[in-house]
Design a protein around this ligand. Structure first.
Ligand SMILES: [Zn+2]
Length: 417
């Protein structure tokens, strides 16, 4: 790292015991208590070298426009992959149904491999490159793996993926299509995660496993930075975030903390963690006021199906500090919201991503959102990765006779739907 980088990034702080560590050597977790680490920036220095006007001059939509707030020395030379830079959409169609709430959807299905995970991968790969490491290993329920495989292909790195053998075939296909080494694990995501730690340690490979590498949340936070910039620094009242390991919501929280510390904004949005009823470890911990306990996860939303959230401590801190809350939604609510989101917005989100829409609709029913609020729901991954899940709410019509009369009858029967 250059002198200017070591001045811009101060080091790591343990979210468990609060102990601070220097930037070098790179460590994944606190050597004292094994908790996760947060990256500390020198905001005074960043304020001196960067401004909203400087940001406007950056010619690319890519997440690299926020480089002064990212934990790597330099952006990659080739910026054409464009991770991030996704649209923030508003929808009059939904607006009429929900009354005086200003609703926006952050469409992160449009990232290179179809999910928000590309934001973390971009930073992870660049970081590995600066550490001189060529092979990157990840455990993933699918999206992070597909993301690593895709961007490793682009940036000429070797990707090694450990995924539950039960992951949706489309996601496993995507991994292999990018020529990554896939090790399908007989077991759950948690089993794959534990094995990936052993594999990384034994081979001295860089670990892109969500939930322990502090660099990854810094990539994910760019979704929050973008939301703020796209809303012209007017912070939304609430952001609904699909939550499994807790890394995305922790990243979004960090984004808004960064902006307050820079003086670019003055408040934090309330962060709402949306979990599946079949994977509710964070909801349970907040409801009971007790430490997080492992659950036996079982949900159609595979991307947020997690027994024990690896970034749960950071997620709970983000929810509490932002005065948000956590909400659990059923698989049926998720699939219904998935269909409604597609029907009203043109976005085909995967079940986990549609969970944020389901959480918003449920919060509205429970009187937890209010007239006049501006609300962002995060659509974090594409539905094309898990078509069979969507098909639970869709019936494909059977073949029809090839004549006009049949067509007109068919239209009458179906148009009212
Ligand atoms: Zn510690």
């Amino acid at each position: 790292m250059s002198d200017s980088t070591t001045q811009r990034i101060l080091g790591y702080k343990c979210v468990g015991c609060g102990k601070e560590y220097p930037l070098e050597p790179f460590i994944y977790q606190c050597p004292d208590c094994n908790s996760n680490l947060d990256i500390l920036y020198n905001y005074e220095l960043i304020r001196d070298i960067w401004s909203v006007d400087e940001l406007k001059k950056f010619p690319y939509k890519s997440l690299w426009r926020y480089h002064p707030l990212l934990p790597v020395e330099n952006p990659p030379e080739n910026l054409s992959m464009q991770s991030g830079g996704t649209p923030l959409l508003s929808f009059p169609q939904i607006q009429t149904e929900i009354g005086k709430i200003n609703l926006y959807v952050k469409d992160d299905t449009r990232n290179p491999s179809g999910s928000l995970k590309d934001r973390a991968t971009e930073i992870g790969i660049r970081h590995a490159d600066e550490l001189g490491q060529d092979t990157i290993v990840a455990a993933s329920t699918g999206n992070a793996a597909a993301s690593l495989a895709a961007l490793a292909a682009f940036y000429e790195k070797k990707a090694v993926i450990l995924a539950p053998a039960s992951a949706p075939p489309a996601k496993l296909t995507q991994i292999l299509q990018y020529n990554a080494l896939l090790y399908p694990v007989e077991g759950t995501y948690d089993d794959a995660f534990d094995l990936s730690m052993l594999v990384a340690e034994a081979n001295k490979w860089y670990s892109r496993s969500t939930g322990i590498n502090p660099v990854l949340a810094e990539g994910k936070k760019t979704v929050g930075l973008e939301i703020a910039e796209q809303m012209n620094w007017q912070i939304p009242d609430k952001i609904f975030v699909p939550t499994g390991d807790g890394c995305i919501i922790a990243g979004v929280h960090k984004a808004f903390l960064d902006l307050v510390r820079l003086g670019w904004t003055s408040k934090l949005p309330q962060l709402i963690a949306v979990q599946a009823e079949g994977s509710p470890a964070i909801v349970n911990a907040l409801d009971s006021g007790k430490p997080m306990e492992k659950v036996r996860s079982d949900t159609v939303a595979d991307s947020i199906s997690v027994d024990l959230p690896r970034d749960g401590e950071k997620a709970i801190k983000a929810i509490k500090e932002s005065k948000g809350f956590a909400i659990a939604v059923s698989d049926d609510e998720i699939l219904t919201a998935q269909y409604r989101l597609s029907k009203n917005t043109g976005i085909f989100a995967e079940p986990a991503a549609a969970a944020s829409m389901a959480g918003f609709l449920k919060a509205m029913r429970l009187g937890k959102v209010f007239e006049g609020e501006s609300i962002v729901i995060l659509a974090s991954g594409s539905g094309l990765k898990d078509v069979p899940a969507a098909q639970q709410k869709i019936e494909i019509p059977k073949a029809q006779p090839k004549n006009l009369e049949s067509f007109l009858t068919f239209c009458k029967e179906h148009q009212s739907k």
